[in-house]
Write a protein that binds this ligand. Sequence first.
Ligand code: SF4
Length: 261
Amino acid sequence: MSRQHLLLRELGLAPRWRLRHGAALELESVSMPVLAPVAANLVPAATPAQPVVAVPVVVPVAEAVPAPAVVEPATTALPDWADLQQQVASCTACGLCQTRTQAVFGKGNPRARLMLVGEAPGAEEDKLGLPFVGKAGQLLDNMLSAIGLGQDDVFIANVLKCRPPGNRNPAADEIAACADYLRWQIAHVQPEVLVTLGRFAAHALLQSDAAIGALRRETHQYQGIPLFVTFHPAYLLRSPGEKAKAWQDLLAIRRALANKA
Ligand code: SF4
């Protein structure tokens, strides 16, 4: 079994989907309903396929969503990368500084072409000082591997640099207090493509409160950078039925990177 197939199986997409030379994607015979292939590169496999059933778009169950943060333009000069790391490490701009173990700045290549933005550190991230570790991080690694990207090809950060106690949702004032750090990180990395993981990151960068199911259907812009909205890997772990949609998002991200090359 190929590494690609193993990765897709890890994503919960095999045996339904498999990559064929280049970007072609095939629909294999399955016993469970799958999304109708909507991308141009989704083609039926030669093997007998069961009828494809279109799955209605399921908008994630709404949790209590704070009002989108009002992201004001940065008023101070862009600090250099080392200063920025130091500022985040010692920040006391919101109450989360009192409960964190440490601030989580980000990880990956600060010159990466692709930058991913998540929500906030969880318990393991708070302990280790790195974003996206644990099962959600493992799934994200596998998702990136499935489109040929390793950790050196991306930079990953969160909207909030400190863990909300009990992994509660970020509060609007916390997102606003932390907004400049993310803005400065993006200014330094200057990615060719931005991807938000989950609704808090999408809402923070797009200043929108639209449902993620609607936002992920189009390509957005953040200060001239193409921005894609997709699900948070932790949500995909809870809702594996959404992985097929995440795979569509990954293909769109891969196409955007290819078009920029
Ligand atoms: S979450 Fe952001 S604003 Fe709040 S203390 Fe941490 S680094 Fe500072």
